[in-house]
Design a protein around this ligand. Structure first.
Ligand code: DC
Length: 231
């Protein structure tokens, strides 16, 4: 049996991290974990319970009531997020949650709570996890770390086209502004800011197709697995 590894995928928002991570997990038969979905689920809980951020900071025990699980939906070929047994996959992507997730993810108590769970999920290896601090904080020993990036203009164009396709009409300049703002927030926050791990491979996909990225990342993963098996 071949050696299992953990794969950490970090990078800016709207870079296609999820697509790449999902594909790698599928090809390798690994578990895919969207760590952003976990921050979103905690945010939904806080909103539903009407908790203030200060309250959570002062009494982190309230987080003990949160149980996040993932279930694979074979029809959509997708892992869905459950909060205390309820499927919240759609709700955690709503604007209500999207607007509040950034401040929630700056709280140290929230990060400590989720990082512990993420590390537990990865303890037996065979996990592809995407996020902002996976290679630096969650799995500093991951055998393969990929840091994804693309120019803000390219990411905005992709996001704009994706939304247009869904029939959501937006202003390109607004999308670009939002992406730049999120980059700034992700990279400058005090707790676990987005940063490239020293041993991560940079994947700038500004001028790459999804297929090219999938092939390249899979060849990196297979290379690492092979070298571990022969060492
Ligand atoms: O990847 P996403 O947009 O679904 O992430 C939602 C939010 O969670 C985003 O504001 C960044 C934050 N996040 C984080 O701080 N650390 C992670 N490992 C993943 C996401």
């Amino acid at each position: 049996m071949s050696e299992k590894i953990n794969i950490a995928i970090d990078g800016h928002s709207s870079c296609g991290k999820g697509t790449l991570a999902k594909n790698l997990a599928k090809e390798l038969g690994y578990l895919f974990i969207d760590s952003g979905a976990m921050y979103r689920a905690v945010t939904l809980y806080i909103l539903n319970e009407g908790l203030g951020l200060e309250e959570v900071e002062q009494d982190p025990a309230v987080l003990g009531n949160i149980k996040i699980t993932f279930e694979f939906d074979p029809v959509r070929s997708y892992y869905e997020t459950f909060l205390n047994g309820v499927n919240v996959e759609n709700e955690i992507r709503s604007m209500r949650v999207s607007k509040f997730v950034s401040p929630v993810s700056t709280l140290k108590v929230v990060r400590d709570f989720l990082v512990t769970q993420q590390q537990n999920i990865g303890k037996d290896k065979g996990v592809v996890m995407d996020g902002r601090d996976i290679g630096t904080v969650v799995f500093p020993d991951a055998e393969l770390k990929i840091f994804m990036t693309a120019s803000a203009e390219i990411r905005a164009k992709r996001r704009y086209e994706e939304l247009e396709k869904k029939g959501v009409h937006v202003n390109y300049q607004e999308v670009l502004h939002n992406i730049k703002e999120r980059d700034h927030m992700d990279s400058t926050r005090e707790e676990s800011p987005l940063a490239k791990a020293e041993d991560a491979i940079t994947l700038d996909n500004s001028s790459m197709t999804k297929d090219e990225q999938a092939r390249l990342s899979l060849s990196w993963a297979r290379g690492v697995i092979k070298s571990l098996a022969s060492s």
